[in-house]
Design a protein around this ligand. Structure first.
Ligand SMILES: C[S@@+](CC[C@H](N)C(=O)[O-])C[C@H]1O[C@@H](n2cnc3c(N)ncnc32)[C@H](O)[C@@H]1O
Length: 226
């Protein structure tokens, strides 16, 4: 019989493996390097990724002098943007080393390496021993087997506010996405609004606002205050 801890560890390895393989393609979302066809697909089906980005920075402004932890920072678009917006210190944490290599390149290209630190690790097992003014968790809850444990640890690292996206089960994109990820051996979790509210409350956030983003993906974006 497979123990719970062994099962979780195997899920974590699958997720890291998936993102190590996907890193180079994933990065092109943010850098306008996609083919005309993929740009059309993004425009019609992935607008939510761009809206998530805009909403995050509206919720966190002004960032001047703030400290930020970006969990599952991927290729670093949020972390580097925080530094560009004058955050004093930004830590990006990610389980996939190839994503972090891209994040370091992004920070170097923007001349922002002094205020950005990128560390390899899986939250919450690897959590910086520090509290940050703001925390960002974008596009990550899809791959987290224990969301309550994750969000409790997140609350512990957050002084002011956390911005977290949660994937919803969209009638069209949801089943397709689950099949696509299953074929790539990457497990996936999708959420309902009530479930998100319950999780944030149990995790220790004092108040929160949950909005559903328009677009085919229809992610929820939660801004949660300590
Ligand atoms: C879809 S990407 C999102 C990257 C970035 N936040 C963005 O929105 O562009 C998800 C990232 O989360 C990372 N990840 C997944 N679970 C994680 C965990 N428990 N701790 C740290 N990183 C994690 C993956 O390695 C991957 O790079």
């Amino acid at each position: 019989m497979v123990k719970d801890s062994e099962h979780t560890a195997s899920i974590e390895v699958q997720v890291s493996h998936y993102f190590d393989e996907a890193a180079a393609v994933f990065d092109t979302f943010y850098d306008d390097q996609r083919s005309p066809f993929m740009r059309w697909v993004d425009h019609h089906f992935r607008r939510d990724m761009y809206e998530r980005f805009e909403r995050t920075f509206m919720a966190l402004a002004p960032l001047d002098g703030k400290t930020v932890l970006d969990i599952g920072c991927g290729s670093g678009p949020y972390a580097v943007e925080c530094a560009r917006r004058a955050a004093a210190r930004v830590v990006g944490l990610d389980a996939a080393e190839s994503m972090l290599a891209l994040a370091r390149q992004r920070a170097a290209k923007m001349g922002l390496t002094e205020r950005c630190t990128f560390i390899t690790g899986r939250f919450p097992d690897m959590a910086p021993n520090q509290v940050f003014d703001h925390t960002i968790v974008m596009g990550v809850m899809d791959y987290v087997p224990d969301p309550l444990g994750f969000l409790r640890a997140l609350a512990g690292c957050t002084r002011q506010s956390a911005v977290i996206s949660f994937p919803s089960f969209h009638w069209f994109r949801g089943p397709l996405r689950i099949i696509r990820y299953k074929l790539k051996r990457c497990p996936l979790w999708l959420y309902q609004r009530d479930q998100i509210a319950g999780l944030l409350q149990s995790a220790g956030f004092a108040s929160f606002q949950i909005d559903k983003i328009a677009g085919a993906g229809m992610d929820y974006v939660a801004v949660a205050l300590r």
